[in-house]
Design a protein around this ligand. Structure first.
Ligand SMILES: [Zn+2]
Length: 223
């Protein structure tokens, strides 16, 4: 019966339009913190689609007061059960330090120490000297990713049963990886390839050079 299909479509449209009023969570019950960089396609990176997650983006994909505010609302009131942080290689937040940015703004005549960082909330003030820290630049994307996960895990505004993980999006290969698991660095030289593998699970070496390498590894592995 055609009317059944029409009724289903009407019900689906209603659930989509009124999902906040009806208490329907996003499809994956997921909150994502990601950098604003245009080379980071969040949905593609995670294999999700529209409706699957609340996606929060800022410069760096770092935990800020507004990130906390959004994560707190999503996890406490919109039934979100999982958080994923995505940082990425060649992030602009690694190209300058906070003091450089402070100075560049001061050179433009901006008094960074008498700023209303939230014009709608004058009570929110930065302590003297805190502006460069507020910018939240970083120098190592893997370290930064782990730090954001820890900050969220330790945040009292986010329920303890929320599952939190962080990943790095490699803009050069368009793939997601775990922090510090840089597979691309382990495929180009023999030394890198033999860095930490288990010799007893290797394929049989096929040349004398490789055989020697295998022996060396076996010796190295013997306590
Ligand atoms: Zn970035």
């Amino acid at each position: 019966m055609l009317y059944k299909e029409i009724e289903l479509e009407i019900a689906e449209r209603k659930a989509w339009a009124l999902r906040r009023q009806l208490g329907i969570p996003n499809n994956r019950q997921l909150w994502v913190l990601a950098c604003m960089d245009e080379r980071l396609p969040v949905e593609e990176a995670l294999g999700i689609k529209e409706g699957d997650a609340h996606i929060f983006r800022n410069a760096g994909g770092v935990v800020t007061d507004d990130a906390i505010r959004s994560a707190m609302l999503s996890t406490n009131f919109f039934r979100t059960k999982e958080i994923i942080v995505i940082n990425h290689t060649e992030c602009g937040m690694m190209t300058a330090c906070g003091d450089f940015i402070r100075k560049a703004l001061e050179d433009k005549g901006i008094d960074v120490y008498n700023l209303q960082i939230d014009p709608a909330l004058p009570e929110l003030q930065l302590e003297q000297g805190a502006f460069p820290k507020w910018i939240k630049t970083f120098s190592d994307v893997d370290e930064a990713c782990i730090e954001q996960v820890e900050l969220l895990r330790n945040c009292p505004l986010i329920p303890k049963d929320v599952i939190i993980h962080g990943y790095i999006w490699e803009v050069e290969s368009r793939t997601l990886r775990r922090p510090y698991e840089r597979l691309s660095e382990r495929v180009n030289t023999a030394e890198a390839m033999s860095s930490d593998r288990d010799p007893y699970h290797l394929l049989q070496p096929c040349s004398t050079e490789e055989a020697k390498m295998g022996e060396k590894k076996a010796v190295k592995a013997t306590p």
